[in-house]
Design a protein around this ligand. Structure first.
Ligand code: NAP
Length: 477
C-alpha cells in the first residue's frame, strides 16, 4: 500500500467499482481515483444513534484528555501534509502549492481548538441576594452534523470538527460528492490519533436525503453547513421543526475597492490573490473590483498582465498556479457571465475563453468597463473572471459595494488611515481586508452577515457554536 492508499484505508473507500457508490474523478485528467460507499437513511440513523453513545463517553473525558487527542490528530496531519495535499490536488484540481497551504490552514484549526478545549470557562455572576450564588457553565451541544463544499475539502471539515470535538460533541460529516477522499483521509488520521470512529463519522450519499435525516432526527442538535445560499435556505427552513442550532457559511459577492491613493503594486497583488486563488472558486474571492477613475486604466493594464501570466495545468505539475474548474457547469457559468458582460459593453483585456488544455480549464480573464446591470455584478461568479468597475467618489464606491444581499468578505486598498477606518466600518460585510487580499486564518472569526450566513468559525468565538450555556442558581440560605 502506498502512502496515499494508507490514508484512504477506510471501509467506505474502494479502488474497484461499487454498484451504488460514488465515482471520484480527477478534474485535471478525468481519471477515476476511487469509489466511495453511500449511506442509506436507515444506516445514517444507526450512525447517529451510535454517535450519541460515543458523545456521552467523550464528554465525560477531561478537557485535557480531549485536547491531547486533538494535538495528536494535528501532528498526524502535519506529518502527512505532502500526501494529504497531493490527494486534494488529485480530487479537487487546485495547485499543489495551494493544497499544501490548505493542509496547514486545516491543521491550524485542530491546533487552535486543542488549545481552546482547555479554556471552556464558566462565570460567577454578581447575585441580587446574599443567599444566592449565580453561576454559568458551558456544556457540549451533543451530536452535531456538518455538510461541506468541494472548494476546501480539508479546511471546511476541520473548521467544524475540531471545535465540535474540543467542546465534547460528536460530529457526522457529509463532504461534497466531488471531494470526499480528503474527508476520509482526515478521518483515518483522526482515528489513529485516538478519536473514536463513532464520534467522528464521514457519510456520503444523496445530499437532500442526508440533510433531511440530519434535520429530522432529534438526536442531531446542531447542523453546521458551508455551501451555497440556496441550499443554506433549505436547511434553515427544514431545521425549524426541531429548532436545531445552526451555523451557515454561505455564498459571497465580495467587492474590492482601489482608491486613487492606493499602493498600486499592492492593490494588483492583493486582487490577484483574492480573485484567482483556487481558480476563483472560494467564497471570499473578489467578485467585483471597483477602481477610482484616476488609477483605473493603469490598474486594469497591470492586472491584465499579471492574470495573463498565470500558469494553467495539472495542479501536481511544477510551477502550475491555476488548476481546472471543478466541472463543466462551472465553465458554462463563467462563459455565460462573459457573454452577458461583453454584450452590455465590457472589454476583454485578457483570457475570455476555454483554455487549449481542454477539459474544464479556463483562461484567467479580466474585463474592464463592467457595470451594475451585468449579471456578474449581482451573482457569485465562482471562477477565474475578474470584472473591473470604475468609480469617482468614496460614497459612490461604498454604495456600489453594498448593493448586494451577500455580506461575507470585502477588501479595500488605500494609504489614507482615516479612509481605511471609515470605509471598513461602512462596508456591510462580516470580514474586511485592508491593503491585503488574504484574510483567512484560524485566529480570526470567519463568517458573514445578511444572506451570507449565521455564526462564526475559527477564533475564540468559534467554539461557542458547539456549546450551550447553562445557568445555575444555588440558594445557600
Ligand atoms: P452547494 O451546492 O450548496 O454544496 C455544498 C454542500 O451541500 C455539498 O456537500 C452538497 O452535496 C450539499 N448539498 C447539495 N444540495 C443539498 C441539499 N438539497 N440539501 C443539503 N445539502 C445539499 O455548494 P457548492 O457549489 O458545493 O459550493 C460553493 C458554494 O459554497 C459557494 O456559494 C460558496 O460561496 C460557498 N462557500 C461558502 C463558504 C463560507 O465559509 N461562507 C466557504 C466555502 C464555500 P453534494 O456535493 O452531494 O451535492
Amino acid at each position: 500500500m502506498n502512502a496515499i492508499e494508507q490514508l484512504l484505508n477506510h471501509p467506505d473507500v474502494r479502488t474497484t467499482p461499487l454498484s451504488d457508490g460514488l465515482k471520484i474523478r480527477n478534474p485535471a485528467t478525468g481519471d477515476t481515483l476511487a469509489y466511495v460507499r453511500t449511506t442509506s437513511v436507515p444506516q445514517l440513523n444507526h450512525i447517529i444513534a451510535k454517535a450519541q453513545t460515543a458523545q456521552t463517553e467523550w464528554a465525560a473525558k477531561s478537557a485535557l484528555e480531549r485536547a491531547d487527542i486533538l494535538w495528536c490528530w494535528y501532528r498526524l496531519m502535519k506529518e502527512n501534509k505532502e500526501n494529504l495535499a497531493r490527494l486534494m490536488t488529485m480530487e479537487q484540481g487546485k495547485s499543489l502549492a495551494e493544497s499544501l497551504g490548505e493542509i496547514d490552514y486545516a491543521a491550524g484549526f485542530i491546533r487552535w481548538f486543542a488549545e481552546e478545549a482547555r479554556r471552556i470557562d464558566g462565570d460567577i455572576l454578581t447575585s441580587l441576594k446574599p443567599t444566592q450564588k449565580l453561576m454559568v457553565i458551558k456544556q457540549p451541544v451533543g451530536v452535531t452534523a456538518a455538510i461541506t463544499p468541494w472548494n476546501f475539502p480539508a479546511a471546511m471539515i476541520t473548521r467544524k470538527a475540531a471545535p465540535a470535538l474540543a467542546a465534547g460533541c460528536a460530529i457526522i460529516v457529509k463532504p461534497a460528492s466531488q471531494t470526499p477522499l480528503s474527508a476520509y483521509a482526515q478521518a483515518v488520521l483522526a482515528y489513529r490519533a485516538g478519536i473514536p470512529q463513532d464520534l467522528f463519522a464521514v457519510v456520503n450519499g444523496k445530499a437532500a436525503d442526508i440533510s433531511n435525516t440530519f434535520t429530522q432526527n432529534p438526536i442531531i442538535r446542531k447542523i453546521s453547513f458551508t455551501g451555497s445560499t440556496e441550499v443554506g435556505i433549505q436547511i434553515f427552513r427544514n431545521s425549524a421543526e426541531h429548532i436545531k442550532k445552526l451555523s451557515l457559511e454561505l455564498g459571497g459577492n465580495a467587492p474590492l475597492l482601489v482608491f486613487d491613493d492606493a499602493d498600486l503594486d499592492k492593490a494588483v497583488e492583493g486582487t490577484m490573490l483574492s480573485k484567482f486563488r483556487n481558480s476563483g472558486q472560494t467564497c471570499v474571492c473578489t467578485n467585483r473590483v471597483y477602481v477610482q477613475a484616476g488609477v483605473y486604466n493603469e490598474f486594469c493594464r497591470r492586472l491584465a498582465v499579471q492574470a495573463g501570466r498565470l500558469k494553467l495545468g495539472n495542479g501536481l505539475d511544477k510551477g502550475v498556479q491555476q488548476g481546472p474548474l471543478i466541472d463543466a457547469d462551472a465553465v458554462a457559468k463563467v462563459e455565460a457571465y462573459i457573454a452577458d458582460a461583453l454584450e452590455k459593453g465590457a472589454q476583454c483585456l485578457t483570457g475570455g475563453r476555454r483554455s487549449p488544455l481542454g477539459g474544464t480549464f479556463f483562461e484567467p480573464t479580466v474585463l474592464s468597463g463592467a457595470t451594475a446591470d451585468m449579471l456578474l455584478a449581482r451573482e457569485e461568479i465562482f471562477g477565474p473572471l475578474c470584472p473591473v468597475f470604475k468609480f469617482e467618489s468614496e460614497a459612490e464606491a461604498v454604495a456600489q459595494a453594498n448593493r448586494t444581499e451577500a455580506g461575507l468578505a470585502a477588501y479595500l486598498f488605500t494609504r489614507d488611515t482615516a479612509r481605511q477606518w471609515r470605509v471598513a466600518e461602512a462596508l456591510e460585510y462580516g470580514m474586511v481586508g485592508i491593503n491585503t487580499g488574504i484574510i483567512s486564518n484560524e485566529v480570526a472569526p470567519f463568517g458573514g452577515i445578511k444572506m451570507s450566513g449565521l455564526g462564526r468559525e475559527g477564533s475564540k468565538y468559534g467554539i461557542n457554536e458547539y456549546l450551550e450555556l447553562k445557568y445555575l442558581c444555588l440558594d445557600i440560605g
